[in-house]
Design a protein around this ligand. Sequence first.
Ligand SMILES: C[S@@+](CC[C@H](N)C(=O)[O-])C[C@H]1O[C@@H](n2cnc3c(N)ncnc32)[C@H](O)[C@@H]1O
Length: 452
Amino acid sequence: MRPLDVWQPQGERDVERTEAEGAAIGDWARGLHPVTRSRAQARTAYDRASRWSRAEEPFERRARGVALDLLGIRPGERVLEIGCGAGGALVAVGRAVGPAGRVVGLDLSPGMIQEAGVRLRRAGLADRAELLVGDACSIPCADASFDSVFLSFTLELFDTPEIPAVLGECRRILRPGGRIGVVSLSRSAPVRWPTHLYEWLHDRFPATLDCRPIHPRLAVEAAGFEQAHATTIPLWGLRAEAVVAVRGAAAESRGGAAAGPRVALEPAPRPLAPVVTTPDPGVTPPDAAPVPQPRPPGGLPRALLGLPVHLYHARLGFLLGRRFLLLVHTGRRTGIQRESVLEVIRYDPVTREVVVAAGWGRRTGWLHNVEAGLAREVWLGRERFVPAWRVLGADEAERLFADYERRNRFMGPIVRAVVSRLVGWHYDGTSAARRRVVEQLSLVGFRPRTPS
Ligand SMILES: C[S@@+](CC[C@H](N)C(=O)[O-])C[C@H]1O[C@@H](n2cnc3c(N)ncnc32)[C@H](O)[C@@H]1O
């Protein structure tokens, strides 16, 4: 029998399928590369990424908007988003369903769910939203309980045999006549070199680049959805495909054409409390301090602040010299590992102490974790160490901050503008104002912990 397309064309897991087996699998699986990282790896990676998840948004926002337009959510609907991440689409969906509707976000990563909670609350949508930590292969929701289900850049994260399982779950939780909307990286023909390059990178870095292009329309149709309508969207040399389809009125069955093997499921998913009670992971509620504190940044500034994290993870932290450190700490309320990039105010080569400012003063989440004894590691250039820490006294902090300003005097106006934004009043660079700044912000020193 003539060998058909390669099912998993690269690497050790390549499996050649015969024509008959290929037909049984379906065109929707043709040429797809495998996803080899484990669920635990995915959860850890997305938890880690959750603080910087908005950095990816400019790449995906347009395609997601096209898919949401196609899905056409109406007021009063109940909508589930699977793999909701930090909640960018949940906010749009929450607005579309209106006060009489309901939006539910499901994600494997508790960190992402917390970010989504923060976002929904800031958008004033907590009363119509619900968040669940769970696995899309076993959705913790009742049969026929939603009008629409949405997956944005999530279906392509599942290994090929899992895709029918996820779509089977989507069918199950949709009411007859309910709609599915999927937007994902697309492998539809013609497959050009950027897609091949992307797949090559995915095969070599399976934990970092864990998604790969798929055939969403074919997969949705093979899972038994009807009236599929698809459109492609250019995406930085690659293509995204948005597809919308309807769950027919036929009785639900998991044994449809594309029903693959049931996938080993994660431990029972844990529903989270409604978002109104979800704590903000990075920012402590203001205490009784008399000085109003600014909110940490969002959007692009936050994304830019996240770039050094990616450099450190790519083992390229040395490019930052001793200008920025990466502090690894554990959330005192969540137990989730957090990473914060902090600008270095002073590095002492003798004691190896590195001093940073807690930029949001008493609202600084990492400072509270450090004070709770949860500072795990400091990465500085090529160095990594388990830190001991101290808060500097006002005299020393003022002296070090003045020295920092002297060394950066060509950037004086920018430094003063940033500091003014942080403290919430105009910082003019005088010594009286500097004293006030260091008292408000707190300067913290980290040095390698000496073995006791
Ligand atoms: C690439 S992000 C997309 C986030 C969001 N939908 C968007 O468009 O920005 C994929 C999300 O799927 C989640 N995810 C990965 N595997 C999952 C699983 N088995 N079940 C549920 N969610 C999962 C990840 O935690 C992550 O938040």
